[in-house]
Design a protein around this ligand. Structure first.
Ligand code: ADP
Length: 492
């Protein structure tokens, strides 16, 4: 036979059936074979997987029908049968052993079977039993329900679980009503339900049914009320939580808006500052050039008329003007990098290097510097800035060479997503303490007499690298030279 359930339907039923555990006494109320086996099959399957012994009592179906229906869900069912893990018996073997129905003997039989199962090393016994035999006049409603009722006690103490299979189309409504009352768990339309209508076994076994009935109804009313109360409380809690969440979201929104405003303000003031630095350094160039030119003229004119002391003053004036000039010049470069967006284009670094070395030829000759480089790539970058970057680092490598003749090596390595450049020298080196500070504007480590400079060069380099989406850092030790590293994304 074929059980025509859609896969998602079967999955839903299996998920519900998974909640049947050892000690559970359940009844399944169904109207056809599809309904019947779509519940029984996962019940047996989970049992076999979990090391249970499974027993099926066949009555309304033949053994062959049961095997064929279950095999659809459990492909290796026959293996389980030959191994004795899954057994199908017919009602004669199960309920009518002595030839008549006796709750006491039945219960004894279940107890015996469960103990035997445990001794064989199984986790527990799972029973799926077709109950149609009860229609044959044998026990009658009263005896059957008394039996089902006592079974509840039994199942509490034994390692057993069961689904009593009741075909709704074959039993009278009265019978089905009693079946529902005697099972603490009812399976209906593929869902395993905790049974609110379950009555305690005393109802069927005790003498004062009327009183038990009233108590049961009252307990039921109370139970439903308590459950509703819990639901109401949970609902209220949820509402509170919702309100809190709403408040939190609106607060977060406000904070976000504030942050956005602050960011915009910051961007604006940053732009203003850049503009200011540019205008200031640009406009200061002219007066400073005037001061330099005229102090030089004055110096030349008065050279022979000045005494020692005034000549000293004169030196300070010209030196100050000179330094002011280079400071303004460097500041202008720095603010140009940040305030002017240079277009990215193809830059051949070998050509850039040749040009830089040409510009530096005097310094290179003075310091007897050796500069090595090869295999430099063509990059998509801002040409003027890239030139500035290499120029500043090479200039420093020559300047901070100490007693040594500078030996400078430039290399490039492609890491897939980015290029890693290194420029190493054999100069005076830098203490670890200053490895980050040197990239901050105006940060210098030596007095101007020893190594002239403004402390802007590396700040410019950092800005340029960051504008290209890369990082810059130094590896160095005093007396052991320095290597400046930076990355530039490879681009397309
Ligand atoms: P400047 O060269 O104008 O002083 P930079 O920003 O270029 O400013 O460099 C900051 C400081 O970093 C320098 O004053 C120097 O102390 C140190 N420095 C830079 N490059 C090197 C190098 N190759 N070797 C040793 N020290 C260096």
């Amino acid at each position: 036979m074929e059980i025509n359930n859609r896969p998602e339907e079967a999955e839903k039923i299996a998920a519900s059936v998974k909640h049947i555990h050892v000690h559970d006494h359940t009844c399944s109320i169904y109207e056809n074979q599809t309904e019947q086996f779509s519940v029984v099959a996962p019940f047996i399957k989970f049992g076999l997987e979990g090391g249970d012994k499974c027993l099926y009592v066949a009555d309304e179906n033949t053994v062959d029908t049961v095997v064929s229906a279950l095999s659809e869900f459990i492909p290796d069912l026959e293996d389980h049968m030959s191994a004795g893990r899954f057994v199908i018996v017919e009602k004669e073997d199960a309920y009518f052993e002595p030839g008549y129905f006796s709750p006491e003997l039945m219960i004894e039989a279940i107890r015996r079977k469960t103990e035997e199962t445990k001794q064989q090393g199984y986790t527990s016994l799972r029973i799926a039993a077709e109950m149609s035999w009860a229609l044959l006049g044998g026990p009658g409603v009263e005896r059957l329900m008394e039996y089902e009722s006592i079974v509840n006690h039994l199942y509490e103490e034994l390692d057993v679980s069961a689904i009593c299979l009741y075909n709704k189309t074959r039993f009278t409504p009265e019978m089905i009503r009693h079946v529902i009352l005697t099972h603490p768990i009812v399976i209906y339309k593929g869902t395993v339900c905790r049974n609110f209508n379950f009555v305690l076994p005393q109802y069927y076994t005790g003498s004062d049914r009327e009183a038990a009935d009233i108590n049961h109804t009252l307990e039921q009313i109370l139970d439903v009320e308590n459950r509703e109360q819990i639901l109401r409380d949970k609902n209220r809690e949820l509402q509170h939580m919702n309100e809190r969440l709403r408040d939190e979201i609106s607060m977060r929104k406000q904070t976000e808006e504030m942050l956005l405003r602050t960011m915009k303000d910051l961007e604006r003031s940053n732009e203003e500052l850049q503009q200011f630095a540019y205008v200031a350094s640009h406009d200061l160039q002219e007066p400073i050039r005037m001061v330099s030119t005229y102090t030089k003229l004055l110096e030349r004119e008065l050279k022979d008329h000045l005494d020692e002391r005034t000549r000293g003053f004169m030196f300070f004036v010209t030196d100050g003007a000179k330094r002011m000039h280079s400071l303004i010049q460097d500041l202008l470069t720095f603010s140009r990098v940040t305030s002017r967006k240079e277009k990215f284009e193809k830059v051949d670094l070998s050509i850039i290097l040749t040009e830089i070395l040409h510009d530096f030829q005097v310094a290179i000759a003075d310091h007897k510097a050796e500069i090595y480089y090869r295999d430099l790539p063509v990059l998509k970058a801002a040409p003027f800035q890239i030139r500035q970057l290499f120029q500043n680092i090479i200039q420093n490598a020559i300047k901070f060479s100490g007693e040594n003749n500078p030996v400078i090596r430039i290399a490039a390595e492609n890491n897939g997503e980015e290029w890693l450049f290194s420029i190493s020298d054999n100069g005076i080196g830098i203490d670890k303490e200053y490895h980050e500070k040197i990239f901050i504007i105006f940060q210098r480590l030596y007095e101007k007499e020893r190594y002239p400079g403004t402390g802007i060069g590396l700040a410019v380099c950092k800005k340029i690298v960051e504008l290209h989406g890369g990082r810059i850092w130094v590896d160095s030790e005093p007396g052991r030279g320095s290597t400046f590293y930076f990355t530039i994304p490879a681009g397309e």
